[in-house]
Design a protein around this ligand. Structure first.
Ligand code: OOB
Length: 550
C-alpha cells in the first residue's frame, strides 16, 4: 500500500525545481508568499464572504455563488476526493468545458493536494493518453456528453489504453462512472496544506509540433504569476472577468484570468461558448470589464460590433494573445470597442509580457508587451547563442521566478530546450526595443527549405497580410519533387474588401514582388480557404493545415 510520502516522492521524480543563485535572489526579494495556490481565494472569502465569486453562464447554469459559498463548495469537493481515496501528490487528468464544475474540481483537487493535469476540451485520446502516461495519472476527471462531445467515451478508451488510470469521475450524468464526489468536510480529515514549492498543477505546452509536454507549475510560482498579472491589469474587486477561452489554458486561468480575479475579490463569469452572439449579451448582463481572446476570436468580435445589438461598453480591458495580433487588427479593435486592447505574449512555460493600460495606444498596437516581473531575465540571441543588439531579430531566451527550469520527465527535450544556466529557449523570434518592449516576429523553426534556400514563413505571411483582400494567412512548405519543398499560402479572404476577380497566384506574386520580396520567397501555390485549422486554444495549426493541403 503506497503512502503519501511515496506519492510525493513519485511526483518529484522528473521535476526540476528552482535552484541556485536565482532561487536565492527570489527568496531574498520576498517574491513568494509560501501559501498554497488556493490561498488567494480563501483570503478573499474571509474579507468579502458575500461578494459574488462565480457565475456559471455555461449550459449548466445560470447559477451564481458568493465567495463564502464557493469556498465551502470547494471544501466539500476536496473532502469528496479525499473520501474517494485520492492522496496528496497523485496526479489526475482534468478535462472539462468552462463551468462552475471545472472550478470546483480544480480547487477541490488543489485543496486535497492532488495535482491536476490541465488538458483542454479539444484534446482527444492521442493527447490525453500521452499526458496521462507522462504524468503518471491515476484518475481522469471529466464531464458527460451534453456539449459537443461525449467525454465518457474518451474515458473508456483512455482506461483501455492506459490501465494505470484506475478511476474516472464525471460531472453531470456519470453513465457507468463515478459522479464527482462531495462530502462533509467535518467528517473527513483534509491533508495539511501542500508544500508551496511543490508542483500545484501541470499545464500543457502550446506548441503546434509534436505531442504536448508537461509543465509543472509550483504553488509559489503560479501564485506569483496570478498576483503580478492582476497588478499589471489593475484588477480590483470591482472587476468582472469573463472566461471566454478554455479555462484550463494558462491565459484565462492565471494571466490574470480566474486565479488573478479570485485573488483580488472580483467576479468570474464562465461561458462555454465564446461566439459574440452569446458573449456580448453576457458582457451587458454581468457588466463584464475584462476578458481574454486569441487573435482569430478577437477579429470575429471586432466584426460583430457592427451587428450585435448588446451594449459592451463595460469592457475596459480586452486582452489578446496566444498568437500575434496584427497591428491593423489592434487598431480596429480599439476603434470598435474604445481603446481596450492589451497585448499579451505568454507561454505555459512561464514568461508573460503585457502592454500596460497607460502606455501610448500606438505602442500598444505595435508590440506584444514587456515582461511582467523585473526579475524576468530576457535575452535575444543569434544562432550561435550570442546576444544581438536591440532592434535585431533573434531567439528569445528567458529565466525568471515563474519560468520553469525543465519540462516534466523529459530529459532529452530539456537538453535542447534549456541552456546549462537555466534559460528556457522559447523558439520564438523577437526584436526588443530599447524600452524593453518585445515584438514577436515568428517561430525559429517555421521555415520552408525551398530549392536549398531557407524561407521564413512569417516573412511571406506579413507581406501577404498587407493585401487588402486577405484577412488571414498561413504559409507552409509542401513536399515537391523538384524543389524539395514548395511554398504554399493558404488565405482567408476579407469580407469587407473581397477581390474583384478570383485571387490568382500570378497576381499575388506580382503584389509581393512589388513590395520588394525576393524571388525565391514567392509562393508557388495559393489556396483560398474559408477557415484555417486551429489548435485546442484557437491558434492557427500549421501541422493540420499541411495535412489538409497535400
Ligand atoms: C500562450 O501560451 P502557450 O503555452 O499556449 O503558447 C506559447 C507560445 C509562445 O511561445 C508564442 O510562440 C505564442 O504562443 N504566443 C504568441 C503570443 N502569445 C503567445 N505569439 C505572438 N504574439 C503573442 N501575443 O499562448 C499564452 C500564455 C499566457 C498568456 C497568453 C498566451
Amino acid at each position: 500500500m503506497p503512502t503519501h510520502l511515496d506519492d510525493v516522492t513519485d511526483l518529484l521524480d522528473g521535476f526540476t525545481p528552482y535552484a541556485g543563485a536565482q532561487a536565492k535572489r527570489y527568496r531574498e526579494a520576498s517574491l513568494f508568499r509560501d501559501l498554497p495556490l488556493y490561498a488567494g481565494l480563501d483570503l478573499t472569502a474571509e474579507r468579502t464572504p458575500d461578494a459574488p465569486a462565480i457565475t456559471d453562464a455555461s449550459i449548466d447554469g445560470p447559477r451564481s455563488l458568493t465567495y463564502a459559498e464557493f469556498r465551502d463548495a470547494t471544501l466539500r469537493r476536496a473532502a469528496g476526493f479525499v473520501e474517494a481515496g485520492l492522496r496528496p501528490g497523485q496526479r489526475v487528468v482534468l478535462q472539462q468545458n468552462n463551468s462552475l464544475q471545472f472550478a470546483l474540481n480544480l480547487v477541490g483537487l488543489l485543496r486535497a493536494g492532488v495535482v491536476p493535469v490541465m488538458t483542454l476540451p479539444a484534446h482527444r485520446i492521442t493527447e490525453i493518453a500521452h499526458l496521462a502516461v507522462g504524468s503518471g495519472a491515476i484518475a481522469y476527471i471529466t464531464e458527460d456528453g451534453r456539449r459537443s462531445y461525449d467525454f465518457r467515451e474518451l474515458a473508456a478508451e483512455l482506461q483501455s489504453r492506459v490501465p494505470t488510470v484506475e478511476r474516472v469521475f464525471v460531472s453531470g450524468d456519470p453513465g457507468p462512472y463515478t459522479p464527482v464526489p462531495d462530502a462533509d468536510p467535518a467528517s473527513v480529515t483534509l491533508p495539511p496544506a501542500p508544500d508551496p514549492e511543490l508542483p500545484a498543477l501541470f499545464l500543457i505546452s502550446g506548441g503546434t509540433t509534436g505531442l504536448p509536454k508537461l509543465i509543472a507549475r509550483t504553488h509559489n510560482d503560479y501564485d506569483l504569476n496570478a498576483r503580478l498579472s492582476a497588478q499589471v491589469a489593475k484588477l480590483t474587486a470591482g472587476d468582472t472577468y469573463l472566461v471566454s477561452l478554455p479555462a484550463a489554458h494558462n491565459f484565462p486561468l492565471c494571466c490574470p484570468g480566474i486565479l488573478g480575479t479570485f485573488s483580488v475579490g472580483g467576479h468570474v463569469v464562465f461561458t462555454d461558448n465564446p461566439s459574440p452572439d452569446n458573449t456580448f449579451g453576457l458582457i451587458e448582463r454581468h457588466h463584464v470589464t475584462v476578458t481574454a481572446l486569441v487573435p482569430a476570436l478577437a477579429q470575429l468580435w471586432c466584426a460583430a460590433t457592427e451587428w450585435e445589438p448588446a451594449d459592451v461598453s463595460s469592457l475596459r480591458l480586452l486582452q489578446v494573445g496566444g498568437a500575434k495580433l496584427a497591428q491593423p487588427d489592434a487598431v480596429a479593435l480599439d476603434e470598435a470597442l474604445g481603446d481596450v486592447v492589451q497585448q499579451v505574449f505568454g507561454m505555459a512555460e512561464g514568461l508573460v509580457c503585457y502592454t500596460r493600460p497607460d502606455e501610448p495606444r500606438d505602442l500598444i498596437h505595435e508590440v506584444q508587451g514587456s515582461p511582467m516581473s523585473e526579475f524576468d531575465e530576457v535575452r535575444v540571441v543569434d544562432e550561435d547563442g550570442n546576444d544581438v543588439p536591440d532592434g535585431t531579430e533573434g531567439e528569445l531566451l528567458v529565466r525568471g521566478p515563474y519560468t520553469i527550469r525543465g519540462y516534466y520527465r523529459a530529459d532529452a527535450h530539456n537538453e535542447k530546450s534549456f541552456t546549462p544556466d537555466g534559460f528556457y529557449r522559447s523558439g520564438d523570434k523577437v526584436t526588443r526595443l530599447p524600452s524593453g518592449h518585445l515584438a514577436v516576429t515568428g517561430r525559429i523553426k517555421d521555415t520552408i527549405v525551398r530549392a536549398g534556400e531557407n524561407v521564413a514563413a512569417d516573412d511571406v505571411e506579413e507581406n501577404l497580410l498587407a493585401h487588402a483582400s486577405i484577412r488571414q494567412v498561413a504559409v507552409v512548405g509542401l513536399p515537391d519533387e523538384a524543389l524539395g519543398e514548395k511554398i504554399c499560402a493558404a488565405v482567408v479572404l476579407s469580407h469587407e474588401h473581397p477581390p474583384a476577380t478570383p485571387l490568382e497566384l500570378a497576381e499575388l506574386r506580382t503584389f509581393l514582388r512589388d513590395r520588394g520580396l525576393a524571388a525565391f520567397k514567392l509562393p508557388d501555390d495559393v489556396r483560398v480557404v474559408s477557415t484555417l485549422p486551429v489548435t485546442a486554444v484557437g491558434k492557427i495549426d500549421k501541422k493540420v493545415l499541411r495535412e489538409q493541403l497535400v
